[in-house]
Design a binder for this molecule. Structure first.
Ligand code: GLU
Length: 293
């Protein structure tokens, strides 16, 4: 039995968001989508799961696509080395989150996107629909309810940032967008196709450019340093590829210029990253030699 097979079913499903508890930890899917149009999948690559924090990469891409965005005055670019929903640093650092992939950083990005577009969720949804080719991509209303019900810590972070003047929109509006963006139901195959936007250095599926190449590479740099929160060092050591994980059990990994890879298994480790997903990506990096280190 391979390392990946024996890791399937390990870990705990996220239980702080009640809707995620119903996922079966024995599920597993894996997709590789290459920049030259090939898609390879195994397992339950067509089963939808909550995108959760992986949505943060695409929301940031949309914000960075606007010229002269003020986002880097509102959020930093340093790994936090702490859990994705910790409040303490925010107070000490004047309401400026360490990076855009921890929750407070992503709430600032959602707030900026809402301000820039008038409807950040629709902008994100439209981008994902176009890049995946899935016209029926949905926000799961049961997940939204669950995110809202379990959202006090996110509310606390958003109000704290507002007290420092780092929210543009009313907190409840920005959070509404954030909760909904986390609740998009997506499959491994769809997410891997969407990730090609980043693997192609900012080029969209239709050939138009969303991001400058440098911005796309910076997005990937931040995935490497911040995308798996306080396990980013361990991920660099074990996998050596830029990764962004979500508590729905998905991990998106990018090999710039080559492919986008998604591993999904709902059983998480103590830091909120899919156990089987990380093992599968380590095996992928070893087999292909794609580790950047
Ligand atoms: N919706 C989740 C939250 O706000 C996202 C966390 C994650 O996927 O890491 O806590």
């Amino acid at each position: 039995m391979s390392d990946t097979e024996s890791s399937i079913g390990s870990g705990q499903v996220a239980d702080y968001i009640p809707d995620l508890v119903k996922a079966d930890p024995k599920q597993f899917g894996f997709t590789i989508a290459t920049v030259d149009g090939h898609v390879y999948s195994v397992g339950e690559a067509h089963t939808p799961f909550a995108i959760e924090s992986i949505s943060k990469v695409f929301a940031l891409a949309l914000v960075l696509s606007r010229k002269e965005t003020p986002i880097w005055q509102r959020v930093g670019r340093e790994p936090s080395g702490t859990p994705f929903n910790l409040l303490i640093e925010l107070e000490a650092e004047n309401g400026i989150p360490r990076n855009p992939y921890i929750n407070p950083g992503a709430i600032v990005v959602a707030d900026q996107l809402l301000h820039d577009t008038g409807n950040g969720l629709e902008a994100l949804h439209a981008l994902l629909r176009a890049e995946t080719g899935a016209a029926d991509l949905q926000v799961d209303s049961v997940t939204v309810e669950s995110e809202e019900g379990a959202g006090d810590r996110n509310r606390a972070m958003a109000y704290l940032m507002a007290s420092f003047g780092n929210m543009i929109n009313p907190v409840h509006q920005a959070l509404d967008h954030y909760f909904r963006q986390c609740s998009i139901a997506i499959t491994c195959e769809q997410l891997a196709k969407a990730g090609l936007l980043v693997a192609r250095d900012g080029l969209r599926e239709d050939g138009s450019r969303l991001l400058h190449r440098a911005d796309a590479r910076q997005l990937v740099a931040l995935m490497t340093t911040c995308g798996t929160y306080d396990a980013a060092g361990e991920f660099a050591y074990r996998i050596g590829l830029p990764c962004q994980s979500g508590v729905g059990g998905g991990i998106l990994s990018i090999v710039p210029g080559k492919c986008s890879v998604v591993a999904w298994g709902p059983g998480l480790d103590a830091k909120g990253n899919s156990v089987a997903g990380a093992v599968a990506l380590a095996s992928f990096a070893r087999t292909t030699g794609y580790s950047v280190f």
